[in-house]
Design a protein around this ligand. Structure first.
Ligand SMILES: Cc1ncc(COP(=O)(O)O)c(C=O)c1O
Length: 392
């Protein structure tokens, strides 16, 4: 029987690393999880209580395709409270994680053959979803010289006016790097001049460390034509609840609604009812961020002692993207061997960068203080004996 070409999209490698780590755990050996980009905490207490109440009181049927009104109103209020920006709830569409928001945005904004610029290194699913939709992902290489964010010259080099879309995450995965507000404004201005649809992945907002005075700026405040995507997965510590949202430009409201009706009917009802409470759980959630900040500080101090001293900025999110060229040119084998010999699971850069990623490893520091300290100790002693590392 025929099988579609779309199914040949690359695997999301981190999921494969998670599988190897789970196999190790199943065989009774411990794993220090630095591979997966998710908080090691549950949803906040208020969300769990709201979910219990919804289970008892609510029918939990389908919702409107764009989400329940109380949640859209609460998200709108969050823009007012946190960023000081007024957004009508009608411009908000609740989705099945930000993952569904990407699919809906790409389908609503672009046709097959259109060109959408993404950063390399960057979150792998952008490239893979665009590929599955026959939309051309134009990679913009970024590196330490521009804090892993694009310059206007890099956008020109990627095709400039020929582009139909540009997608940037700030803070970014895997580098944690952020755009300064004036850089975001320049990029938005560039996109307006070239009729490029800007998509802003703001999933790591509120997980920032004030490094070099950089604060996360929302594209909602600067451009009504931009699509802004966010999620309950990271700051709100709700990965498995599968809930995200978009702030949409007027011209995309009805197209996205029609696509969402047909593709998903609605986002999970229980998660939506519970998530209304998430915005009132700041104390608990900020305590998680304080732990990420401690872990970040620890890793930035300890990884260099292990010989990993070329690290991306980590302005936000919970990742350190380390150049491991001094030890290997095969990050896949390096990570497999590291898991096998130290029990530390991390993600090879190949996931984020098909060209140079084999020289990088991403360490997630969303875990507990104890796990991060132990991981540092093990890496230091393992790399001190690095003659045994593959690819050297
Ligand atoms: C940059 C970025 N965007 C989007 C996602 C997808 O998250 P979700 O579908 O859980 O909202 C992730 C997950 O790791 C991510 O790192």
């Amino acid at each position: 029987m025929k099988i579609s070409q779309r199914g040949t999209i690359p695997a999301f490698i981190v999921m494969d690393v998670m599988k190897a780590a789970a196999e190790r755990e199943a065989s009774g050996e411990g794993v220090l999880h630095m591979e997966v980009g998710q908080p090691s905490t549950s949803a906040p207490r208020g969300v769990i209580d709201a979910a219990k109440k919804a289970l008892d009181d609510d029918l939990l049927g389908y919702t409107l395709a764009t989400g329940i009104l109380p949640l859209r109103e609460r998200i709108a209020r969050h823009y007012q409270d946190y960023y000081g920006v007024t957004v009508p709830p009608e411009r908000i569409c609740v989705t099945t994680g930000s993952s569904a928001a990407f699919l809906l945005t790409f389908l609503a904004a672009f046709d097959p053959g259109d060109k959408v610029a993404i950063l390399r290194p960057g979150y792998p699913c952008y490239r893979n979803i665009l590929g599955a939709l026959d939309i051309e992902a134009v990679e913009v290489p970024v590196g330490p010289e521009s804090r892993f964010q694009p310059t206007l010259a890099a956008l020109d080099a990627a095709g400039g006016g020929d582009l139909d879309g540009l997608l940037i995450a700030s803070p970014a995965n895997p580098t944690g790097s952020m755009l300064r507000e004036d850089e975001l404004e320049q990029i938005l201005d560039y996109c307006r001049r070239h009729a490029i649809r800007y998509i802003s992945d703001e999933i790591y907002h509120q997980i920032t460390y004030g490094a070099d005075g950089i604060e996360a700026a929302t594209a909602v405040a600067h451009d009504e034509q931009a699509v802004v995507i966010n999620s309950f997965s990271k700051y709100y510590s709700m990965t498995g609840w599968r809930l995200g949202w978009m702030v949409l430009p007027e011209d995309m409201l009805r197209p996205v609604e029609r696509l969402a009706q047909n593709l998903f009917i609605s986002a999970p009802s229980l998660a939506q009812h519970a998530a209304v409470a998430a915005f009132d759980c700041g104390l608990e959630l900020d305590a998680n961020v304080a732990r990420y900040a401690r872990n970040r500080k620890l890793l930035l101090a300890e990884l260099p002692k292990a010989g990993l001293d070329r690290l991306a900025p980590a302005d936000g999110a919970f990742y350190i993207y380390a150049d491991v060229r001094a030890f290997t040119n095969d990050a896949l084998a390096f990570c497999a061997q590291m898991l096998e010999e130290t029990g530390v699971a991390a993600t090879p850069g190949n996931d984020f960068d098909p060209v140079d990623g084999a020289s990088y490893v991403r360490f997630s520091f969303a875990g507990s203080d104890e796990d991060m300290a132990e991981a540092c100790r093990r890496l230091q002693s393992w790399l001190a004996n690095s003659g045994k590392v593959t690819g050297r």
